[in-house]
Design a protein around this ligand. Sequence first.
Ligand SMILES: [Mn+2]
Length: 347
Amino acid sequence: MNIDYVLGSKEDFFRFLETISLQDKVAILAHNDLDGISSTLLLEKILGAKRIKADYVEFLEIKSDMAKEVLVKLKDNGVTKVIIADLNLEGIDYEGFEEMRNEMGVFLIDHHPIGEKLIDKSNIIKAVSQDCTCLIVFILGEDLIDSEEWGWLVCAAIFADYSFRSEKNLKFLKSFYPEVEPETISSSVPGINARKISSALIYYKNDPKYVFSLLKEKNLEEISETHEIIEKEVYRAVDDFPKNRKYYPKKGIYFYEIKSPFDILSYVATLIGGADPDKTMIFMMKMKNSVRFSARSSNGGMDMGELMKKGIEGLEDANGGGHVPAAAAQVKIEDVEIFKKRVLEDD
Ligand SMILES: [Mn+2]
């Protein structure tokens, strides 16, 4: 099994770990989704094998000034070394990222496209989009992580991030679950595990660390309980989708607004999008102070990351981007119509 590195190498990572001394305070920052959280769990295993303790762990929501914001906390906690997982921090908050690099030792592991402003490419591993971060970390630590114990989690992350669409990653997944085929993957064991964990992350939206602790204990029972509650909400949206979606023929995009007390946006997008990979779909959900969008187009021939970027261009307090088959965006309530018009109608 190999990772398709775009930037950096396994050697770079272990060289960085060698610079960590007993005096250092180590932090892991990761995306607050399944890929980010499972990457953190496996990073802790690698660090543990090297007798390094992660003193500070934080799961972050994508926000335009996220690096600057978390840097304050890192400094308050005396952190001197940071490993960042599954966040293209250099793309989202370039200035904050560089400030962080000036203040402390930083190593970034990610599979989102490289930030356009990035100049100093040291201490960064970037893989192709299809190699999810958890898989990168698992392969980095293949001699240090117990694959019998944690293979299930990597496979769940592979499902959640669509990484099984690459032939080599599907083969990797099949080495744990020989019966899995792409057509039936969402009802396979790794598919169901991923959906359960994603449900728990929705249910405990403000406490991803709690879900992290459940995963560490492999407490899938409690995770399953939250899944039932979230699943009900999700299927309500799935049933309603064919009735209330709107079709935009110019670009061939289906648009649908999700209404729920839980933040099921990306869950519903992944489920409906995954069931119909030839269609391009954009889902919207109103939050407290903003509106979020989730876009899916596996075989639709449109780049969702670029489309989301186009939609938010020049809008205040907006952010957006992602991968070709799956991307997301967030705008202020007053900018919704501008965003929708750009994404759904404009050339
Ligand atoms: Mn990811």
